[in-house]
Write a protein that binds this ligand. Structure first.
Ligand code: CIR
Length: 259
């Protein structure tokens, strides 16, 4: 029995034109990205996931970043009203698949939300107030869940989860220079410096932590917390402003079985 289902979508032909503010954005190598994506899929399988491939979307440059299209809540799935016009069509295509797991809802304009801004923890959902996600969306999201919903201002970078991710057991990995961390003080922190910022986006499954390769001092710190880092080559996705969590939508087994 799989512990979870992961929805993923391979980078399509237009991936090299993904939205990005990264200095290397014009040097994205699609063949290399496809190999890195295979490594990512393999890692999800190694940690017990069943991987479901969404249909390819060659004409949508950012469609591999499926995390941004939807948010899993306790009893429903929120389809994100994405701000970037070039990404809005992605939502319809993931919705077609998500409907088999849960009822799906969305938010009315002028709410805008990207899944990369939503950090779910056992007691609360932290939502980045960012370039992509506005207060209207955060207020509307709060009406769809019994958990506390807490806005966190993102001061640098794309999304909340570009700056911090939850590793379980009250532990965050965080670059505090990118967010207003005043609402995150109740957690333990693995702190990353600005030069290590890309490593603040990790994906934890029990005691295994998927993280980008090349950050040995961070992987040591992860190990020091009794966790096992699993390093993945992510260079081509980094050039497209994407990171580890962005490449999948994780549906826990309980939710996957609920319909
Ligand atoms: C974008 O700018 O929308 C994409 N190029 C990157 C999205 C990354 N997604 C994420 O952090 N969840």
């Amino acid at each position: 029995m799989h512990a979870f289902t992961a929805l993923v979508r391979k980078p399509g032909l237009k991936f090299p034109q993904a939205l990005s503010e990264h200095p290397q954005k014009n040097n994205i190598d699609l063949a290399h990205a496809l190999r890195q994506h295979e490594g990512y899929v393999k890692a999800l399988q190694e940690v017990g996931g069943k991987v479901e491939h969404l249909p390819p979307k060659d004409h949508l440059p950012d469609a591999t970043f499926v995390e941004d299209t939807a948010v899993l809540l306790e009893d429903k799935i929120l389809l994100c009203p994405m701000k970037e016009p070039s990404r809005q069509e992605e939502v319809e295509s993931t919705a077609a698949v998500l409907k088999k797991y849960r009822d799906c809802v969305t938010l009315d304009s002028p709410a805008t939300l990207d899944g990369g801004d939503v950090m779910n923890t056992p007691d609360a959902i932290f939502v980045g107030l960012s370039k992509r996600t506005n207060l209207r969306a955060i207020q509307a999201l709060a009406k769809l869940t019994s958990k506390r919903v807490i806005p966190v201002a993102v001061t640098k970078g794309l999304h909340l989860k570009s700056a911090t991710t939850f590793l379980g057991n009250d532990l965050l990995i965080i670059d505090p220079s990118r967010v207003d961390s005043s609402n995150l003080k109740q957690f333990d922190w693995i702190e990353v410096t600005e030069s290590e910022s890309y490593a603040a986006n990790c994906l934890a499954f029990e005691d295994v932590v998927l993280m980008p390769a090349g950050f040995s001092s961070i992987s040591d710190k992860i190990r020091a917390h009794g966790l096992k880092p699993l390093e993945l080559e992510m260079s081509e996705f980094e050039k497209a402003d994407g990171s580890i969590t962005c490449l999948s939508l994780i549906i826990p087994r309980r939710a996957a079985a609920s319909r």
